[in-house]
Ligand binder design. Sequence first.
Ligand code: COA
Length: 371
Amino acid sequence: MSPFAHITGWGMAVPQRIVTNAELALRIDTSDEWIQSRTGIRERRVASEDQTTASLGVDAAQRALDMARLKPADLDLIIVATSSPEHIFPATACLVQDRLGASKAGAFDLLAACSGFIFALNMGTQAIRTGAVKNALIIGAETLSRIVDWNDRNTCVLFGDGAGAFVLQASPEQGGVISAVMRSDGSGGDLLILPGGGSRIPATHKSVQAGQHYVQMNGREVFRFASRVLGQATEEAVKKAQLSLDEINLIIPHQANQRIIEAALRGLDFPVERCVINLDRYGNTSTASIPIATCEAVQQGRLKPGDKVVFVGFGGGLTWGAAVVVWSAPLPAARRVMPYRYRLYARLRSMIKRLMRRLDVLVWGRRNPYL
Ligand SMILES: CC(C)(COP(=O)(O)OP(=O)(O)OC[C@H]1O[C@@H](n2cnc3c(N)ncnc32)[C@H](O)[C@@H]1OP(=O)(O)O)[C@@H](O)C(=O)NCCC(=O)NCCS
C-alpha cells in the first residue's frame, strides 16, 4: 500500500514590527473603524529591512524541522509557495535550501497566489504517496509589504508579512492528508494582479511610474468569488475524503477577510467556533496565513492528534482549493537533532562552495575542465 503523508512538524515566523490601523490612518485616507468593519483586520506585521521572504521562510522551517526532529539533510523536497518571491529566479526555495543546509533536497517555488500553500501541500503529499519522496518541507512565506503601494488604500490595509511551514513525512499509518482539491480560473486573472516586473511588462521607468510593480485588485469581484468558492472547495474536499461536515473538528481558512469567512461558514451551516480566525492580528499574509493559523491553533489546544481539519484557500489566478487532514503528532525520533547547529554548518558549506567556484575560475581560467 502506498505510504501516507503525515504533517509531523509545523512552525511560524512573523516580523516583530506591528503596524496598526491607526498608524495607517495617519498616512492615507482611512480609519480603524472602516478597516475593522469591512475586513476584521486590526493590525499586521511588516518585515524589517534585513528580513526577506527567504529569511522568514527559513525561520519558520527551522521550527518545523525542530518539531519533527528532522535534520535538514533528511529532506528530499522543499516547496516554497509565495506570492512575493525574492526574484523571478533563482527560486526562493533554493535560497531556503542553501541556508538550511538541505543538501539532498530538490527545491522549487510554487506560484498559485494565496492558494499556494494548499497546492504545495497537495504536491508534497502526492510526491510522498508515490513513494518517490520520504520527507518534504512545505513553506508559505511572504513579504507582501514590498509589493503593495502604501498610498493605495484599496490594497495596503489588507496585507501583512510572515511565514509558516509544515514538515510532511511518509508513514505506513493511515492518516495525514487524506484528500485535496485544486481549482483555477484564469479568466479572472486581472482581478488580482501584479502586472509589472515579469516578461510581459518588464520593469522600465514607465512601468514603475505607472505603479505596475504594485498589487492591483478589484476588491468587490474578489470578495464575491471568494465567498462562493470557500464553501464549495470545503464541501468538495470533505466529500472526496468520504466524510461529512459534522465529522470535521476544525476549519482553517485563508485569512483574507472576516466577512468572507463568515459568509462561507453560513453557507455551509458550520459553527464559527470551529473555525480559526486570526486575521485581526496579521491581516492577509497570502500563502503564510494557513500555516500561521495552524500553529496558533495547535498552541491554543484547538487542534489535537486525530482531529479532522479542513484547510481551505483562494486567491489570484484565480485559484482555490482545500485539503482534509487527520492531524498527526511528530513521529518517534531515532535521535535528538539540534537544527540550529545545522544552520552554522549550512553557512559554512555555502561559503566553501562559493569559494571553490572562485578557485575553479582561478585555476582553469575560462577553459572548461569538463571538455
Ligand atoms: C477591499 C474590500 C475590503 C472593500 O470592501 P467593500 O465593502 O467591498 O468596499 P467597496 O469596494 O464597496 O468600497 C466602498 C468605499 O470605500 C472606499 N474604500 C476603499 N478602501 C478604503 C479604505 N482602506 N478606507 C476607507 N475607505 C476605503 C472605496 O473607495 C469606496 O468608496 P466610494 O464608494 O466612494 O467609491 C473588500 O471588497 C474585500 O475585502 N475584498 C476582497 C479582497 C481580498 O480579500 N483580496 C485578497 C484575496 S486573496
